[in-house]
Write a protein that binds this ligand. Structure first.
Ligand code: DAO
Length: 176
């Protein structure tokens, strides 16, 4: 059991940003309020020569409630004393896309198959998360291996979001 205090959420120990590099496909997502990225979501992480982690991402979005497009997004990650906890600055390739500054925590990854990312945007008065989002990423667009699903389910529980995810489809909408 756990108390669901955001400050007590365990993150990946000795996180290695270099091994996270490359492309990840979102296979499940817990949405924040005012969700943005709908499906066909993928992110490619890089560490630049200065050691700074950056990412580019894409995903299907609906702008102004009726216009569907593929958003191209950019992100830079500011480091904090915990190597698995970042501040994520993100913006769109086009001005009408979302931008923001979120906490961005790597909860768990084996670097080769699965990754669980978590962001709490707003804390409740009791220290639990009032508004946040989470991505389950896979190295493969078709999903996670059964052995990874077991670990990911455990992690969803540890971040108090078990049952709050939806599947993220990949149907080629954002393919070049
Ligand atoms: O989809 O509602 C939402 C929240 C997602 C925030 C946008 C993040 C864009 C950059 C992501 C890079 C790594 C995930």
């Amino acid at each position: 059991a756990q108390d669901c205090q955001v400050s007590n959420i365990p993150v990946k120990e000795d996180f290695d940003k270099y091994r996270l590099q490359g492309t990840w496909y979102a296979v499940a997502k817990k949405d924040p309020s005012g969700l943005f990225l709908l499906d066909n979501v993928a992110a490619t992480y890089k560490v630049d020569i200065d050691g700074r982690m950056t990412a580019s991402a894409y995903g299907r979005v609906i702008i102004l409630n009726n216009w569907e497009t593929c958003a191209i997004m950019f992100a830079s990650f500011e480091e904090t004393p915990d190597p698995a906890k970042f501040k994520l600055k993100y913006w769109g390739a086009a001005t009408y896309l979302q931008s923001g500054y979120d906490d961005h925590w790597v909860i768990d990854t084996d670097y080769d198959n699965y990754a669980v990312h978590y962001a709490c945007r707003e804390l409740d008065t009791d220290g639990t998360c009032l508004d946040g989002y989470s991505f389950i990423f896979s190295r493969h667009p078709n999903g996670l291996r059964p052995e990874d699903q077991i670990i990911v389910t455990q992690k969803k529980q540890e971040i108090c979001l078990l049952g709050k995810y939806r599947r993220v489809a990949h149907n080629g909408f954002c393919d070049a």
